[in-house]
Write a protein that binds this ligand. Structure first.
Ligand SMILES: *[C@@H]1O[C@H](CO)[C@@H](O)[C@H](O)[C@H]1NC(C)=O
Ligand SMILES: *[C@@H]1O[C@H](CO)[C@@H](O)[C@H](O)[C@H]1NC(C)=O
Ligand SMILES: *[C@@H]1O[C@H](CO)[C@@H](O)[C@H](O)[C@H]1NC(C)=O
Ligand SMILES: *[C@@H]1O[C@H](CO)[C@@H](O)[C@H](O)[C@H]1NC(C)=O
Ligand SMILES: *[C@@H]1O[C@H](CO)[C@@H](O)[C@H](O)[C@H]1NC(C)=O
Ligand SMILES: *[C@@H]1O[C@H](CO)[C@@H](O)[C@H](O)[C@H]1NC(C)=O
Ligand SMILES: *[C@@H]1O[C@H](CO)[C@@H](O)[C@H](O)[C@H]1NC(C)=O
Ligand SMILES: *[C@@H]1O[C@H](CO)[C@@H](O)[C@H](O)[C@H]1NC(C)=O
Ligand SMILES: *[C@@H]1O[C@H](CO)[C@@H](O)[C@H](O)[C@H]1NC(C)=O
Ligand SMILES: *[C@@H]1O[C@H](CO)[C@@H](O)[C@H](O)[C@H]1NC(C)=O
Ligand SMILES: *[C@@H]1O[C@H](CO)[C@@H](O)[C@H](O)[C@H]1NC(C)=O
Ligand SMILES: *[C@@H]1O[C@H](CO)[C@@H](O)[C@H](O)[C@H]1NC(C)=O
Length: 584
């Protein structure tokens, strides 16, 4: 019997589906090389001899074999930020939690399945090496059956097709901050001086940028009343940053300011550096970018002069698109945007500026239309160097107003609640999350995945599989493995023991209807009063995962906690991953 056309279609469709789920082998060789970044030479971790690392671009459903070979003169690991590691918790890349560090000269084979689509990132997860340049973008093309959100905003089919075409060609835009000191120099200086190192030296767009030294009068004119309130009688340093002696920020601990090296808080020498240029074709109507924060410390505000952006995905998941002019990216978050290419041909500044209170900093790229220029003047910014709006019309993205597409509702009740406080611990640069400080040496301990009692129990919380959990916390936090719902936030003390109790008193602070679905979330900075945040998640992927601040020096300073998810359904680890050293 001849198959009818519907059967034929199904057969072809199945073949395509089968062909789509490929095995992808991605070798990554890490080296430690002197390189000029932001116009200054320092040693940088290179990935396949480049900085930033090359893009891993795969299809949803692909099985990835990511083979890291460490040729650096120190131990490393690589984490896949936001990748849920369903059924592969041994490939999460966290030393002391899911693996032993990869020693010099050895290789490690990470294996995971790209279960979810969207924009992610791989990056170092050993000591402070994230700030030494080990990061690169990951893009997972959604399956054809995944519903795109563009028809919600396209005005006609032509425009819809242009949006879909732009998404198919989407490219990563890696945004980061940069220090002139290496991560180990920063750590050594923190230990010697006792201070928390919260300034950087440059911002980078796709690894390109420069050090600019703003004139003193300009710096002073950009100090907002909020910043002055924190500074008290002090002023910003010549790198436009808080000095190291602001007690309200550093806490009341002993400090040895003489042990602070040049450039850590002050010492500005301008450089030329490189500038990123994005060449676009107006005929395509839109360009799609996956804005990815690889920032070690500062929040970053991204905007393109005179252009709008349709934000259509956050942390690798679609949202109902929103039209904005500027986005404040917390550390390690990803925002996918469509930029309408509807302005006169010419060059427009792509601006990256500090969104953190403690420092005024910026870098500039160029959006360049192909063809004979029609614009013969400098483009106009949406945002001032201090993060304030430069025009009355500037629209900033408000994350708490974004709506996932499709909406997913979390459980109305939970099985466990953990209240985790964040505090300085014994020194300005040391921190607790929960009751204790997760010190850096624990990265060298036996991985918790292999031994659930390898580290002290006050650094661990335990959950059961297929239960719902609330984490009530403050400060920028990233939970490994599965995504979480952001169900509530606020300022002031959180004087309740559960969300159910709080919802009786302050229901307006919670959203259980269409909450954001994220893998990394931050709260309002807590300086004059505490702030709180509630994350709710379902345990579906047993394994040892880390909950930590994504400000690198805060994580190094102990602001982390191990979560043993699904202790009642603990995974059996493949023998190769149990070895004490590298596995290939
Ligand atoms: C970088 O250059 C400095 C100065 O020449 C040198 O001392 C250092 O060993 C170099 N580092 C690396 C990783 O090559
Ligand atoms: C590097 O990792 C190996 C394997 O876990 C460990 O034995 C060694 O102590 C580590 N080296 C350093 C300098 O931490
Ligand atoms: C589709 O909509 C765009 C934007 O509103 C408009 O510029 C264009 O002319 C429309 N195209 C058609 C074919 O209607
Ligand atoms: C700031 O300076 C004024 C005048 O010298 C002084 O009275 C005040 O105590 C100072 N404030 C702080 C926080 O040091
Ligand atoms: C803080 O440091 C600044 C810059 O080094 C200095 O001018 C100021 O006197 C210091 N303030 C205090 C209270 O030590
Ligand atoms: C930062 O902004 C200033 C003032 O607009 C500008 O002169 C400087 O070139 C910018 N820095 C970079 C690295 O783009
Ligand atoms: C910034 O926005 C506020 C509120 O809309 C407005 O009052 C102010 O004039 C804007 N600033 C500039 C420089 O346009
Ligand atoms: C963002 O939206 C939330 C919820 O609507 C609102 O409470 C908050 O004030 C908004 N934030 C800003 C900065 O406008
Ligand atoms: C806290 O600091 C003091 C003084 O530096 C030190 O003696 C003590 O061991 C530290 N405590 C911990 C738990 O690290
Ligand atoms: C697990 O770790 C604890 C604490 O270090 C240790 O006493 C115990 O022997 C370890 N168990 C195994 C099976 O290695
Ligand atoms: C912190 O200490 C409190 C009080 O002893 C305890 O109830 C809680 O479980 C501890 N939290 C963690 C994460 O260990
Ligand atoms: C854990 O729970 C999830 C959600 O119910 C389930 O899909 C998964 O199979 C469970 N895992 C194990 C190892 O039991």
């Amino acid at each position: 019997m001849r198959p009818n056309s519907q059967n034929l279609f199904l057969i072809v469709f199945c073949l395509i589906q089968w062909a789509e789920a490929a095995n992808v082998f991605f070798p990554l060789v890490l080296t430690w090389q002197n390189t000029s970044v932001a116009g200054n030479v320092r040693p940088v971790i290179h990935s396949n001899f480049q900085f930033p690392g090359p893009e891993l671009r795969i299809n949803q459903g692909d099985r990835v074999q990511f083979a890291v070979t460490n040729l650096c003169p120190f131990n490393v690991t690589v984490h896949f930020h936001g990748i849920e590691q369903l059924g592969t918790p041994w490939s999460d890349g966290v030393p002391g939690s899911s693996q032993r560090p990869i020693v010099t000269g050895q290789s490690f084979l990470y294996r995971w399945t790209a279960t979810e689509y969207g924009a992610y990132m791989y990056h170092a997860h050993h000591r402070g090496q994230f700030e030494d340049g080990l990061y690169g973008p990951i893009y997972i093309t959604p399956t054809a059956t995944e519903t795109r959100p563009f028809s919600l905003v396209a005005t006609n089919n032509t425009q819809l097709q242009a949006m879909l075409a732009a998404e198919r060609k989407t490219s990563p835009v890696l945004l980061s901050d940069w220090r002139l000191l290496t991560s180990e120099e920063v750590w050594a200086a923190e230990v010697a001086s006792g201070v928390d190192s919260y300034c950087v030296n440059a911002l980078l767009i796709n690894g390109k940028g420069a050090v600019s030294c703003l004139p003193r009068a300009l710096i002073n004119s950009l100090i907002t009343p909020n910043v002055q309130a924190v500074l008290g009688n002090e002023t910003l340093t010549d790198i436009a940053c808080f000095p190291p002696n602001v007690t309200i920020v550093q806490g009341d601990y002993p400090h040895n300011y003489d042990a602070i090296p040049p450039t850590m808080f002050s010492g500005c020498t301008p450089t030329q550096g490189e500038q990123e240029v994005f060449t676009v074709n107006a005929n395509q109507q839109f360009v799609s970018w996956d804005l990815t924060s690889a920032s070690g410390h500062l929040h970053l505000i991204f905007s393109v002069d005179e252009h709008d952006m349709w934000v259509y995905a956050i942390d690798g998941r679609y949202i109902e698109p929103v039209r904005v002019n500027a986005i404040n990216l917390p550390n390690a978050n990803r925002y996918s945007v469509l930029v309408p290419l509807n302005k006169p041909r010419g060059d427009y500044a792509v601006r990256l500026i500090s969104g953190s209170q403690q420092q005024i900093l910026n870098t500039t790229g160029i959006l360049r239309y192909q063809g004979k220029p029609q614009l013969n003047r400098p483009s106009n910014p949406w945002v001032l160097l201090n993060g304030l709006n430069a025009t009355a019309d500037t629209v900033f993205l408000n994350d708490s107003q974004t709506i996932p597409f499709p909406v997913v509702t979390p459980s109305a009740t939970v099985d466990q609640t953990f209240k985790l406080t964040i505090q300085h611990f014994n020194a300005s640069y040391l921190w607790t999350l929960g009751n204790s400080s997760f010190n850096l040496e624990l990265e060298e301990s036996q991985p918790l995945l292999f031994n659930q009692t390898a580290i002290p129990s006050d650094l661990i919380i335990r959950t059961k599989n297929n239960t719902w959990v609330d984490l009530i916390i403050i400060h920028p936090i990233h939970k490994h493995s599965n995504k979480h719902f952001v169900i509530g936030s606020g300022t002031g003390a959180f004087n309740y023991s559960t969300v159910a109790e709080a919802m009786q008193e302050i229901p307006e602070a919670f959203n259980l209807v269409n909450p954001q679905i994220r893998d990394t979330t931050d709260t309002v900075v807590a300086i004059f009063e505490p702030t709180w945040l509630v994350l709710r998640y379902q345990v579906v992927n047993p394994g040892a995962f880390l909950l930590h601040c994504h400000v690198q020096v805060h994580q190094s300073g102990g602001m982390a906690l191990a979560i043993l998810d699904g202790v009642d359904a603990w995974p059996t680890i493949p023998p190769g991953y149990l070895l004490d050293s590298g596995f290939f």
